[in-house]
Design a protein around this ligand. Structure first.
Ligand code: PGA
Length: 242
C-alpha cells in the first residue's frame, strides 16, 4: 500500500490547519484523487478537530508521537489509548527529532511500536542514519540496529516504515535515488519475517522533483516542510500516483 503523509511538526495554528484541510480536500475532490493513501499529522491539540472535519474525505489524521502506556503519572504525555479514543489513524514513532532532541531510545521506540499495534493504530516507524554514520560506512548497520524494535512484534499485519536519513531532514538536501533504493530494499529484506504487509516510505527534503524521481522505488513519502503548503503537498501526492 502506498502512503503520502504530511508531518506538520510544531507548525500551524488551529485556523491554519482548518484552512489547509479545506484547500487540500478541494484539490483531491475537484482536481484528482491521489491513488496513494494520504494523510497528515498536526500537533496534538488539533487532532480531534481535524478528525471531525475530515470525516468522509478518506484523509488519514495522525499523531506525531505518543506514550506507550495507556494511563498513569506521566505529566505532559499523551497515551496510546487517548489517541485510540479519538480515532487517530496513524502515529509517527521514533522520528529523528524525537530520537535526537528528546533522547528517545530504541527500547522506548520498540514499546511504542508494540503499543500502537495492540491498539489498532497504524505505526509509521522512522529510521535513518546520521551524516557521521553514513560517512563511516555504517548506514546499513544503523538501520539494522533501529529495526531491532521489530523483535517486539510478532507477524504484524501492516506497518509503515519511513527511511529518513537524518542529514536529509529539513536541510533541502534529499538523499540520492541509489542511496534511497539501497536503504528501502534493505528494510524490506530485514522486515519480512515480522510484517505481513509492509510499506516503506522515504522522507527528507521531499519536494515534487524528488517524489517524481523515487516513486518507482518506494511506497510513498513522509513530507515535512513541503507539506505545509496544501498545493505543494497535493502535487507531491500526485507524483506518487504510479
Ligand atoms: P522535511 O522533513 O521534509 O522538512 O525534510 C521530513 C520529516 O522530518 O519527516
Amino acid at each position: 500500500m502506498r502512503y503520502v503523509l504530511a508531518n506538520f511538526k510544531m507548525n500551524k495554528s488551529l485556523r491554519e490547519c482548518v484552512d489547509w484541510v479545506h484547500r487540500f480536500t478541494e484539490l483531491i475532490f475537484k482536481v484528482r484523487k491521489p491513488k496513494a493513501n494520504v494523510g497528515f499529522a498536526p500537533s496534538f491539540p488539533y487532532i480531534k478537530h481535524m478528525k471531525d472535519i475530515t470525516v468522509g474525505t478518506g484523509i488519514y489524521v495522525g499523531a506525531q508521537n505518543m506514550h506507550p502506556e495507556s494511563k498513569g503519572a506521566f505529566t505532559g504525555e499523551v497515551s496510546v489509548s487517548q489517541l485510540k479514543d479519538i480515532g487517530v489513524d496513524f502515529v509517527i514513532i521514533g522520528h529523528s527529532e524525537r530520537r535526537h532532541i528528546f533522547g528517545e531510545s530504541d527500547e522506548l521506540i520498540g514499546r511504542k511500536l508494540k503499543a500502537a499495534l495492540e491498539n489498532g493504530i497504524l505505526p509509521v516507524l522512522c529510521i535513518g542514519e546520521t551524516l557521521e554514520e553514513r560517512k563511516a560506512g555504517k548506514t546499513l548497520q544503523t538501520i539494522e540496529r533501529q529495526l531491532g524494535v521489530l523483535k517486539n512484534i510478532k507477524e504484524a499485519e501492516h506497518i509503515v516504515i519511513a527511511y529518513e536519513p537524518v542529514w536529509a531532514i529539513g536541510t533541502g538536501v534529499p538523499a540520492e535515488k541509489p542511496q534511497i533504493k539501497e536503504a528501502v530494499d534493505f528494510v524490506k529484506i530485514k522486515s519480512k519475517d515480522y510484517v505481513k504487509n509492509l510499506s516503506v516510505l522515504y522522507g527528507g527534503s521531499i519536494d515534487e522533483k524528488v517524489a517524481k524521481e523515487i516513486a518507482d522505488i518506494c511506497d510513498g513519502g513522509l513530507v515535512g516542510s513541503a507539506s505545509l503548503d496544501p498545493e505543494k503537498f497535493f502535487r507531491i501526492c500526485s507524483e506518487f500516483d504510479v
